[in-house]
Write a protein of this length. Structure first.
Length: 155
């Protein structure tokens, strides 16, 4: 993992979110946040799902592979909710909002349908795994294309 993650960061940046090593075909984006303590840019490759009802909205999950503690990127977004997303559709500025309640329950089911391992991850943890909705800032996407149907939530 120590070699794969930095390689993925570079590959995702160079290919504008189209290719990475670790996801094995799963929809993956590169999320750039501002460190809550350092103020420096931090980049994290993440699995994402797209909302069918609002195609510009992306969902990311802070599972940390079932490890304890909060994902650093999620903590960063809690303090600095503006982020840059590199995805196959383009690169743009996004606003992040942690989702809760019924909305979270619906999106959680979609993540579990995509990867049942998320239920195992949650069973290892005391806290609820956070899910964030990422919504583009108006006019921020360099390229907006939905040609690659992967990553869409089912109805």
């Amino acid at each position: 993992m120590r070699l794969i993650t930095p390689t993925d960061r570079l590959l995702l940046r160079l290919t504008r979110g189209r290719f990475c090593i670790s996801a094995m075909g799963a929809p993956t984006l590169l999320l750039e946040t501002i460190g809550r303590k350092s103020g420096k840019k931090r980049a994290t490759p993440l699995l994402y799902l797209r909302d069918h009802h609002s195609a510009d909205t992306l969902y990311v999950i802070g599972s940390r592979g079932g490890q304890g503690g909060q994902a650093h990127w999620a903590l960063n977004l809690s303090i600095h909710p503006l982020a840059v997303v590199h995805s196959p559709e383009g690169t743009g500025d996004y606003f992040a909002e942690r989702i809760t309640g019924d909305h979270r329950a619906k999106i959680w089911k979609a993540f579990v349908a995509f990867n049942p391992g998320f239920n195992i991850y949650q069973s290892r943890l005391k806290q609820e795994i956070p899910i964030f909705a990422l919504k583009p800032e108006l006019g921020s996407l360099e390229a907006a294309s939905s040609e690659n149907g992967s990553g869409y939530l089912s109805n």
